[in-house]
Write a protein that binds this ligand. Structure first.
Ligand code: GRF
Length: 213
């Protein structure tokens, strides 16, 4: 399996995937890291690990479709099997998503379907929620709405603020994302269709959960 990781920022999830691959947890090769931002620290992490990088900046393209087409071409050039979104901050067109349906994962910092979109930690605090976490899901055309595979769950403390929640959620992300990618790479996890995901030949009706104690 050949993996590409799409990033826009720090890339701590990319680092977790690189480390998991080096440790033999993921049976695949990360062949390229693609960023829409030239100053993303994730690019440095890729270079440190001798992984090929590409910068495709959305502002250089007149339309979302042409930007997505350039990204798709880069993925084809890398002969990619699986696309991993790791803090990639652009909405993808339906056409692009369809091309990678069942082969593209995202991680989102909330217990989906709660809190799709941005500012999830603040929204959890504002709502006074007891539980928070992160979700790995297949990417579908609707934002943050694809089938959930695995969630990391934590209990919100009265001492938590946005920074502490962000750090605690990141710790969980670094645990569950390499796990989900490993399952996809070794075929324990299969996308069947929009409403059906199989895990080890069983329908996966609810995400698998890891809880931070
Ligand atoms: C993570 O919180 C992830 O859930 C979200 O973007 C953030 C990326 O963080 N999609 P990093 O760049 O991997 O550190």
């Amino acid at each position: 399996m050949r993996i590409a990781v799409l990033v826009s920022g720090s890339g701590s999830n990319l680092q977790a995937l690189i480390d998991a691959q080096k440790a033999g947890q993921i049976q695949a090769e990360i062949v390229g890291v693609l960023s829409n931002k030239s100053d993303a620290y994730a690019l440095q992490r890729a270079k440190n690990a001798n992984i090929d990088t590409a910068i495709i900046q959305h502002q250089d393209f007149p339309t979302r479709a042409s930007f997505d087409a350039a990204m798709h071409q880069q993925l084809i050039d890398w002969q990619v099997d699986i696309v991993i979104l790791a803090g990639f901050m652009r909405i993808l067109s339906g056409e692009f998503v369809t091309k990678w349906q069942g082969k593209m994962l995202n991680i989102h910092p909330s217990l989906l379907p709660a809190y799709k979109g941005m500012h999830t930690h603040q929204r959890v605090l504002d709502s006074g929620d007891v539980w928070h976490g992160c979700t790995v899901h297949f990417v579908t055309a609707e934002l943050d709405a694809g089938q959930a595979i695995v969630q990391g769950v934590l209990k919100v403390s009265y001492q938590d603020d946005v920074n502490s929640l962000s750090q605690r959620v990141h710790q969980l992300e670094h645990l569950i994302y390499p796990q989900a990618v490993a399952w996809l790479c070794n075929s324990q996890l299969k996308y069947i269709n929009q409403s059906h995901v199989e895990y080890q030949k069983q329908p996966l009706n609810h995400p698998i959960q890891f809880t931070q104690l």
